[in-house]
Write a protein that binds this ligand. Structure first.
Ligand code: SF4
Length: 218
């Protein structure tokens, strides 16, 4: 009972948001505001695209609720990977996440190995859970992000996942983080854009976060 009190339940979707903007994650945790209509519509279209994607992927396990403990961090990861399957011939576990947007077309602070940082953290969190649930070594797991314009494979990076899990816990404890990078495109639909000190739309004094000229994730 005492142990479960100390455990932080974290979803891979939270890691995705953290990868997009740690400052936004802080606001969502401590002073949540309603999502703008445009974001709610985008989320609805994303769910529809996911449903169509799932119909077109027979033979895969889809949306299964799973959980795994990260003992060294006192964290329990809980979530539903879009789809996965175990290749019977060699025991390789393939984890796929479907994304209803395009893959990044350029390098930037929010891109890692050709995918959006938040997407990378999300699929790695699922890989961690699945490795524990099925007893598969991380080296035998393939990660794929299926964007609407292409599919990108990537390697599991435990250091990256642990780094952001620690940051997530710090933010929950009240640490106010920098966003890493900002741009008008990134911030234009953010519900906190007027009160965030790093925002180009802020009515507060500009704290001068690192500016990124462009990003298609906003
Ligand atoms: S306004 Fe921009 S920098 Fe600030 S929380 Fe929102 S997305 Fe992040």
């Amino acid at each position: 009972m005492e142990q479960s009190k100390k455990e932080a339940v974290v979803t891979p979707s939270e890691l995705r948001k953290l990868g997009f903007c740690p400052t936004l994650y802080f606001f969502d945790v401590h002073t949540p505001a309603p999502q703008p209509l445009a974001l709610r519509l985008r989320a609805w279209l994303g769910r529809l695209a996911h449903a169509i994607h799932h119909i077109l992927r027979p033979g895969w396990v889809k949306e299964e609720l799973l959980r795994a403990r990260v003992d060294e961090l006192g964290v329990v990861l809980v979530g539903k990977p879009d789809s996965y399957r175990i290749n019977g011939a060699n025991g390789t576990l393939i984890v796929e996440e479907f994304k209803s947007r395009k893959a990044p077309r350029f390098e930037s602070p929010c891109v890692v190995n050709g995918v959006w940082l938040g997407d990378a953290l999300q699929v790695m969190a699922y890989a961690y859970i699945l490795s524990k649930v099925h007893g598969v070594k991380i080296e035998r797991i393939e990660l794929r992000l299926r964007y609407i314009n292409k599919t990108v494979s990537l390697r599991y990076d435990n250091d990256l996942l642990v780094k952001y899990l620690k940051l997530l816990k710090d933010i929950r404890d009240g640490i106010f983080p920098e966003p890493g990078w900002v741009s008008r495109r990134k911030c234009r639909l953010c519900p906190y854009k007027e009160v965030c000190p790093y925002s180009p739309f802020s009515v507060l004094e500009d704290l001068g976060g690192e500016r990124d000229v462009d990003s298609s994730e906003a």
